[in-house]
Write a protein that binds this ligand. Sequence first.
Ligand code: CTP
Length: 403
Amino acid sequence: MNLKGKSILLGVSGGIAAYKAITLCSKLAQAGADVKVIMTESAVKFVAPLTFQTLSRHHVVTDTFEEKDPSVVSHIDLADHADLVVIAPATANILAKMALGMGDDMLSTTLLAATAPIIVAPAMNVHMYEHPAVRANMETLRERGVRFIEPGEGQLACGYVGKGRLAEPEQIFAAIIDSFEPNRPLQGKKVLVTAGGTVERLDPVRYLTNDSSGKMGYAIAEEARAMGAEVVLVSGPSSLPRPAGVEFVPVLSALDMLSAVMERLEEMDVIIKAAAVADYRPAEASPVKIKKKDEELTIRLVKNPDILQQVGARKTKQFVVGFAAETNDLEANALDKLRRKNCDLVVANDVTREGAGFGTDTNIVTILDKNGTAERLPVLSKREVARHLLQIAADRLVSSGGE
Ligand code: CTP
């Protein structure tokens, strides 16, 4: 990896994960980048500036008013010379300052002056990460084009187990490389992804749904966008933030999802059906709240259309990917779905395995191809599964003359 000639401004804010920024700084310098480091006052409490100075061969700036070179204004000069700004770790505090446009220390002031792309790798306690204010700030920044490298899940320094660990330096480094040498194999392609679970109304206050979080589908939509595609995300209700830069089509029922997909099918190059679609819906949705009367209540359900099957039946040039959530006979059941629904690929996962299925950040999948091959992947983040899958789709579009 060569970063020669690239100027990277590394902002280190105050969290215990600041120690991981040392490895990142070292990797960047080794790759030839000219790295300049700004540390917040709190970051200095965790790690000594001298460490970064030694690795970057530059003075580490911490104070806005410490103007060492009278020929320049330090925060403007640092901002102007950066090809890329990376904040790792980013605390809830620096995210809030960035979202609000505050400039009350060297890092936040420089960020206001920076016009280069910004990559942010947050790290904090799980409850802080989930706080609505932090979520809203991240959403604001995302909308402004800031790229996030999501924290990992696991044991946190505060003792909690959950999401909030700074992404590993290798992962941040890979995102930096990608921002300079973008891998855009889906440039010019249109990708439609369905995500989340559907909602089937019983009456105005009740419905049938399932446990799908939407994580897999949202990761696919975000990665497809990063790989250059024009993305449509058709999603059932989900608590996840809307991915930036994709056309978002919110739906509720399977019937809504069917029409949203079918309307757009023709113009798409890739269709990925990660949604957990309800197989049945109530035969009638009562317009008024169903009253409690008898000891037993029977709700008659009717079959929903199979969206994937209809896509498979109508597809022309489209590369179609289905998902198969199974609890037994994984590959045989998934292969049967692939054939019945005329898919090009089926991503099969055994939802009973730990680290796979609904709500988790990871997945353990086997990718079955219509030509009969099965690729069994290890535990990967849903994002990695998404990238892998999309790379297969991109390769296939090229080999089928789709370029
Ligand atoms: N699917 C769909 N429409 C449906 C049901 C499923 O488009 N009405 C899609 C899903 O989005 C997924 C694939 O079909 O990509 C497989 O979904 P799954 O629930 O595993 O399969 P089913 O066909 O419902 O089979 P079964 O419930 O018998 O396992």
